[in-house]
Design a protein around this ligand. Sequence first.
Ligand code: AQP
Length: 335
Amino acid sequence: MTTPRRARVFSGIQPSGMLHIGNYLGAIQQWVAGQGEKTNFICIVDLHAITVPQEPAALRRQIRELAALLIAAGIDPQQTTLFVQSHVRAHAEGCWLLNCVTPLGWLERMTQYKMKAQKQESILTGLLDYPILQAADILLYDTDEVPVGEDQKQHVELTRDIAQRFNGLYGETFVVPKPVIRESGARVMALNDPTAKMSKSDFTRGHAIRVNDSPDEIRWVIKRAVTDALASIGFSNDPARAGVNNLLQIYELFTGQSRESIESHFAGKGYGALKADVTEAVIEGLRPIRERFERLIADPAEIDRILSIGASQARAVADPKVRVVMDRMGFVLPA
Ligand code: AQP
């Protein structure tokens, strides 16, 4: 009897700036919780980061900072293959091969492309091609599950379409992966505007809480968080209550309490009390991450060592897969 294959999990994160609690609650917390039972690959997607202009020195610093932050947040390199995308050439090769089976119209429909393109003076070709590189990332690892925030759902669906198209053209080659999005934290909203997603690239003070923000900064941001005039505290899908709902979800994910107990805890209390408790939960939740991060970032050689082991493990999976893909497409493989 053959033992069933352990489910494969793949997800990526861009080194495009300091992480915010949306990245942490929407994605990283899920990745940490899922370690152990499945085979996990977490990729620092530096090739994706350059789809918008990056300053080279800042990018180099951010790649190591992101690695340190992921480990500080609980990614265990003994249980998860943690690596940098550009260290595994198969990702760029896979992207080119999949470019040549994907209709342009599929990319032009992508919401994230349309939104990001609006913010650029000159749109780089890579920005349009971003989801195909993401598809290559995922498909090269025979991934079953892609745990992401809701903003990435459309890209994972496109990955499924590309996998199915390739399998239809060249025979069964790719596992068709599914997005895994949890209910709370799927879309952490900006604290100064609960109609907008919290985003790394918005630097307005009050928009986001960064994972390494000081307790004073966290107090400042939550004190000014937009709520509403309804003065009652409960989880809700009503857009008019998005600010309060966002604060409650942040509280839920940092404390691990049930919605029921949270609602009874806040029953009859005002927004001042809500904000005070959310502030405390966020400060205490981020404190150990910030402390571990400070220790890890002081030793860049150790970070590079961990990333080099991760890259070897990733190459052992991705390199043979790209050869299979090329073989199916009719290339003569180098001996
Ligand atoms: N606000 C959010 N709520 C929940 N999840 C989120 N994610 C991002 N923002 C939120 C999830 O974090 C993971 C890594 O994201 P990324 O860095 O690869 O891509 P992104 O979506 O482009 O992140 P940002 O913060 O919005 O960066 P910019 O401003 O550079 O575009 C993904 O799983 C994502 O869903």
